[in-house]
Design a protein around this ligand. Sequence first.
Ligand code: FPP
Length: 240
Amino acid sequence: MEKEIKHIAIIMDGNGRWAQQHGKERIFGHLKGVDSARDVVKGANALHIPYLTLYAFSTENWNRPTEEVNYLFELMAETFLKEIENLIRDNIRVVFSGRIDTLPEATKKVILDTIEKSAHCTGTTVNVAISYSGRAELADTAKQIARQVAEGKLNPEEIDEQTICQNLYHPEIPDVDLMIRTAGDQRISNFLLWQLAYAELFFTPVMWPEFRREHLAEIIEQFSHRERRFGKTGEQVRSH
Ligand code: FPP
């Protein structure tokens, strides 16, 4: 029997290298990366995966050449503007995680529109991490909890793991079951640090522009053979 998967998270890596390998500018790889994202989102929805998080832009990515950063924001705005009707038709909800306030106005507007227009959809929720880092999310979470303490709404002695979960960017999104990174590197790169605590990690050499739903299906198949122990012994898990 397939293990239940509630949340898949993907580090979409390798756009730049893929483009360079094909003698093209890095931005060509990002353009192709949109085709992969579209296909994987549709694939996840067809497989009834409740939550899919895509790492689209990290807080560290701000250090890239301005031209590439601007291109990425324009590409994302254009993509969501163009895709929103298709997403709604497919019943896909879109939410975003990250410091959205730091984004260019035009991109921010498209993001807010996309959230609003797809809010009623009940298929896969795609959580797009933009201007996101796991540490920044935890810092923002700490700030929010501190405010509740300062306002007298929360006793510091009562702060526990549940309090942290409830103050993340999306408290309703469960922990990651399966994390995939494309393009060969084996790192977490400041992605969902809290939510990845017990995730099964998969690293594939396939570059993001070539990654398709078939690759996702193959990884899900491998996932179904992993034993998730959550700190228990193998015997305990198997006898359950
Ligand atoms: C990594 O490639 C990819 C990114 C920086 C994110 C961009 C992702 C897309 C454009 C896909 C579309 C996504 C959405 C949600 C519309 P890289 O540049 O880090 O590759 P490299 O490691 O080979 O340089």
